[in-house]
Design a protein around this ligand. Sequence first.
Ligand code: SAM
Ligand code: DTB
Ligand code: SF4
Length: 346
Amino acid sequence: MTAVGLVDISSLTARCASAEPRHDWSRAEIDALFALPFNDLIFLAQQVHRRHFAANEVQMSTLLSIKTGGCPEDCAYCPQSASFETGVKAEKLMGLDETLTAAREAKAAGASRFCMGAAWRSPKDRDLDKVCAMIAEVKALGLETCATLGMLSPEQARRLGEAGLDYYNHNLDTSPEHYGAIITTRTYQDRLDTLGNVRAAGLKVCCGGIVGLGEKAEDRVGLLHSLATLPAHPDSVPINMLVQVEGTPLDGQAPLDGIDFVRTIAVARIVMPASMVRLSAGREQMSEELQALCFLAGANSIFLGEKLLTTKNPGQDRDATLMAKLGITAMPHTTVEVGGSAEAAE
Ligand code: SAM
Ligand code: DTB
Ligand code: SF4
C-alpha cells in the first residue's frame, strides 16, 4: 500500500477517478492528493475534468469594478482597502450607461460572463437598487451575470436573484487557521453566513480563495477542505494568485512556487469535480507555460481584458495567441450551465 499518513493512495485515486462528487473529504485525503507525484496528480485531475467538461474549452469571463476603492475592510492583499496607501482612489458607484457600455464591449470581445465587483463591506439598500438595475440589463444582453458586493443579508440575496443574478462571488480566501492573519474586519463565520444566504436565495455560489499570501501548504489544504465540505460544492471556484500591490501589507511576500499553484488548481478540480475552476488573478505574472499547466490541471475559466478590478491582466492579443497555441476555444454560453453532466465532455 502506498500511503501518506493514514490514506491509501491507490484506493483514493481510484475513487477520485470514478466516483460522484463527494462532500465528506477529510483533510488527510486532500493533503494526500497534494502530495501525489506531479504527473499522477495532473493525470487524475485530467480524468476528472474530462468526465464533467469539454477538454479544450475555457469560459471567457470579464470583470468590471463598478465601485472602486475606499473599502472599510482590511484584507491584507487588497489595493482597494482604505486602510492602506496604494494610490487607488475611492470612487462612486458607476452609472448604468457606463456599466452597459462595458458589458457590450465584453460581449463583443467574446465574453459569456460579466462579473461586477464593488469595494463594499456590504451594499446599502439604495445602492442595491442601482446594482439590480445593472444586473437586469446586463442579463438582457445575453451575458451570464455575477456580482461581488461584500456581505449580504437574506433579503439582499433574494433581491439580487429577482433581478436576474446568476452567481454571487464571495470567497473564503484562505484556511480558517490563516484567516485572522489576513483579515480582521470580518470573520470566517460572517463569510459562511453570506454564502448560506446566497445559497438559500437560489443563486449559484462562486467561492474560492487566494494563495501566495505567505500561507503554509496546510492552509491551501484547509482552504480546499473548507470549500469542498460546504453544504454544496460552490458552482464556481476562483483561485487567485496574489497580485502584489505596493502599499498593501503583503507586498514583498515571497511568491508562491508555480508548481504549488498548479497543484492547488488540480486538487480543486479533483475535490469539486463539477465546479467551474476559475484561473483568476495573477495571470499577468504567469508564463504561458504555467497557464497551460493550469488548464491541464482543470482550470476552465479566465478573465479577459487589460484590467481585473484595479490591477493588470494580459490583454486580448496575448490571450488570443495563447488560446490559439493551446487549441483552446471559448466555452459556448449554453454549455456553461452543464458542468454537472458527463455529456458535456462527449
Ligand atoms: N469587496 C468584495 C469582497 O471582498 O467581498 C468583492 C471584491 S474582492 C476584490 C474579491 C476577491 O478578489 C477577494 O476575495 C480576493 O480573493 C481577490 N483579490 C483581491 N485582491 C487581490 C490581489 N491583490 N491579488 C489576488 N486576488 C485578489
Ligand atoms: C475573484 O475571486 N477574483 C476576482 C473576482 N473574484 C472579483 C477579483 C480579482 C482582483 C484582483 C485585484 C485587483 O485587480 O484589484
Ligand atoms: Fe474590500 Fe473586497 Fe478588497 Fe476586502 S477584498 S478590502 S472586502 S474590496
